[in-house]
Design a protein around this ligand. Structure first.
Ligand SMILES: [Mg+2]
Length: 237
């Protein structure tokens, strides 16, 4: 075989290999951002309350908004509906940049990214998330960031990912900290692992019937492995 032919065969193998890798071998982990990677509840609540001085807005009210789609729930309880998301993000984003990554997360992302495709699905807009991750040396672990600007409904973003990567709910698991996310994922048959150190506690999250609970960031990798091993046993995949 000529050298040129050897190189061509290698090239074909690598392309075919990539295709197999993209479609069959690599499982995808969808990561929520707020509450899973960064502890942003307090600044998000404070900005939301500050922008709605006409409301007697408590921490509990705000937490409850995440039991559904946060954009829709805020519209339901705020009768004036004078606050737009642009106003919120203008004040919130500088505060977000002051927050550190939750301890233990960088190490976990490094480990998981070697084996899985990692994608962020968030209600916060994409570009500041990307910049925030970049400044902390974490952006390299993610294939994609799909924020609230891509679509306000997480279910639609999950659909877009399935289509783009040619995958389905068998190939994915979603790690999130809110009941609203669990409910949206359920509507598309996507299993979730619920983080109990974020916006919602275990009792609230239980209502969304997650496939498992993650109590500390350090447990993420262990619970992900447990999930896929159990899934393989049940579905043979
Ligand atoms: Mg969250």
């Amino acid at each position: 075989m000529t050298l040129a032919l050897v190189a061509a065969v290698r090239n074909i193998r690598s392309v075919v290999g990539d295709k197999i890798d993209m479609k069959n071998n690599v499982k995808t982990i969808l990561f929520d951002f707020d509450g899973v990677i960064v502890d942003s509840f307090q600044p998000a609540f404070e900005v939301s309350r500050m922008l709605r001085p006409w409301m007697d807005f408590t921490e509990d009210d705000y937490r409850k908004c995440f039991e559904g789609n946060v954009y829709e729930e805020l519209l339901k309880i705020d009768k004036k509906q004078e606050v737009d998301n642009k106003q919120f993000f203008e004040i919130y984003i500088p505060k977000l940049f002051q927050l550190s990554v939750i301890k233990g997360i960088p190490k976990i992302l490094k480990v998981l990214s070697k084996k899985y495709r990692l994608i962020i699905i968030s209600s916060t807009i994409s570009s500041p998330i990307s910049e925030w991750l970049n400044r902390r040396g974490l952006a390299k672990y993610f294939s994609e960031i799909m924020g609230g600007d891509v679509h306000k409904i997480k279910l639609e973003k999950i659909r877009m990912i399935f289509e783009k990567y040619g995958i389905n709910s068998d190939d994915c698991v979603f790690i999130t900290d809110t009941l609203g996310d669990l409910r949206e994922a359920k509507n598309i048959g996507l299993n979730c692992l619920a983080v109990t150190y974020g916006f919602h506690g275990e009792d609230t999250l239980r209502k969304g019937k997650p496939a498992g609970f993650i109590k500390t960031p350090q447990d993420i990798a262990i619970e992900v492995e447990k999930y896929w091993n159990k899934y393989k046993k049940c579905h043979g995949k």
